[in-house]
Design a protein around this ligand. Structure first.
Ligand code: PMP
Length: 462
């Protein structure tokens, strides 16, 4: 543990309470409760200011620390790079920037270029801006609409929220940016909310519903379709059979660029380098952030195909026609240096294979819990990206009361296991428990997580 004295630590807690504006935390509870300060981390575990150990089942809260805590190898790589050369704007290149772009694009056939930025939102904004510029340059500004899906989330800026399918997040921040159009979600478990009864071939039909929107809007006005490969914050939505093949076909038919938001799934989370690789899709843009450097440095990337890159080149009459955009800290070398070391670890420790094996093991475990606890309406996921949707009634699928869902999270926290429940598979309801342990998880860790959830469900839903 850290060498701070109890007095030092109380001063830190007070400084935090007085001056830090926490993300995603209501103000009121911190008037009476101490904020939690995470002091140290190692492997799958973190320790708070009281020295309490927690097993982290959510990789830093939001699917980020894929290779686990305390990786001195990444810290050393970042340090060595920073003392040699910390920053220069991306009008010039850097050694780790070039190396990482080469190694990453080798893992994504068909994609060849990497634009460096700092956050998932920013990477998505870059893709949106590229789509808009392509529309101006090649389609007279007409093919500018960007489609996004109900339940998907693409980030926190106003444009990203305009492309956000969780309306409950958006209520307070309008007005929004025009030109973003919603298409329906593809969560089969919630198909009744879409007015679907018993249908065969739901995946194909859910994708057909995207085509209906394109036809309604006019295909020559739609520039891109932006989707999460597996929806994260919207309820861990694994696409149904046949969905992605049809999505690809639709994009090709109407000449619509396909932007896949891999901010959560990218770099190993689902057992492949990227989530879309489970489905044989060929995207034009892939954006990524969280797992790229496992939270050891801030880095995000927007990867594009050569076809997209070329669309910015063929303007002999206009030498200023290129993607004239910048992200200041996209030139900081800490990000790609950390990302290279992160990738070394994933390869050397065969973490994609471990993620697949442990993900299957955990999903089986969640199904076994569902046999015992009727409150679990459905367990789903891929790799170590899993969710358990809680329902008050299995037949009607009415979402479990949010207070109770939060009580399960709090109970697990008491037991020293951090799980999440910010997943909204039904508008306005955080009723899906969320699990995303680091890719290094072992059976013992998974057993400990499942056992905590088992106990919590038993106590909360008696
Ligand atoms: N896309 C998805 C799918 C996300 O889950 C998030 C963040 N949770 C973002 C984009 C935005 O990333 P950031 O918070 O780094 O801007």
């Amino acid at each position: 543990m850290d060498t701070l004295t109890p007095n030092d630590m109380s001063a830190i807690v007070e400084a935090d309470r007085a001056h830090v504006w926490h993300h995603l935390l209501p103000h009121k509870p911190l008037e009476t409760n101490d904020p939690r300060i995470i002091v140290e981390g190692k492997g799958m575990r973190v320790w708070d200011q009281r020295g309490k150990e927690h097993l982290d089942a959510v990789s830093g809260g939001v699917w980020t620390v894929n290779v686990g805590y305390g990786r001195t190898e990444i810290a050393d790589a970042v340090r060595d790079q920073l003392v040699k050369m910390n920053y220069f704007a991306q009008s010039a290149g850097s050694i780790p920037g070039a190396r990482f772009a080469e190694r990453l694009t080798e893992k994504m056939p068909g994609l060849t270029r990497l634009y460096y930025a700092n956050s998932g939102s920013e990477a998505n904004e870059k893709a949106f801006k590229m789509v808009r510029q392509i529309s101006h340059r090649h389609h007279g500004g007409r093919k500018s609409k960007i489609l996004y899906r109900d339940r998907d989330y693409h980030g926190t800026t106003i444009a990203c929220l305009s492309a956000g399918g969780q309306q409950e997040r958006n209520a307070q921040y309008g007005p929004y940016t025009p030109g973003f159009v919603e298409v329906p979600h593809c969560l089969e478990y919630r198909k009744a909310d879409q007015g679907w009864g018993d249908v065969e071939d739901y995946g194909r039909r859910a994708a057909d519903a995207i085509e209906e929107v394109i036809l309604r809007e006019g295909p020559d006005t739609v520039g891109a379709l932006c989707l999460e490969p597996i929806t994260a914050g919207g309820g861990v939505i694994v696409p149904p059979e046949g969905y992605w093949a049809r999505v690809q076909e639709i994009c090709e038919t109407y000449d619509i660029l396909l932007h896949i938001d891999e901010v959560v799934c990218g770099v190993g989370r689902t057992g492949t380098w990227f989530g879309y690789q489970h489905y044989g899709v060929k995207p034009d843009f892939v954006t990524m952030a969280k797992g790229v450097a496992s939270g050891y440095a801030a880095i995000s990337c927007c990867a594009t195909s050569e076809r997209v890159f070329e669309m910015f080149k063929d303007a002999p009459d206009d030498p200023m026609h290129y993607f004239r955009d910048i992200s200041t800290f996209g030139g900081c070398t800490a990000g790609p240096a950390a990302a290279l070391a992160n990738m070394d670890i994933i390869e050397r420790e065969d973490l994609l294979a471990n993620c697949t094996a442990m993900g299957d093991y955990m999903l089986d475990g969640l199904h076994a819990l569902a046999d015992r606890h009727r409150v679990i309406g459905q367990a789903r996921g891929k790799g170590l990206f899993l969710g358990a949707e809680l329902v008050a009634d299995r037949d009607t699928r009415e979402p479990a009361a949010e207070k109770k869902v939060q009580a399960v999270v709090a109970d697990c926290m008491e037991q020293g296991v951090i799980i999440g429940a910010t997943n909204r598979s039904v508008p306005g309801h955080n009723n899906t428990l969320c699990f995303s342990p680091a890719l290094i998880a072992k059976k013992d860790d998974i057993d400990a997580i499942l056992s905590a959830v088992d106990g919590a469900l038993g106590r909360v839903f008696t």
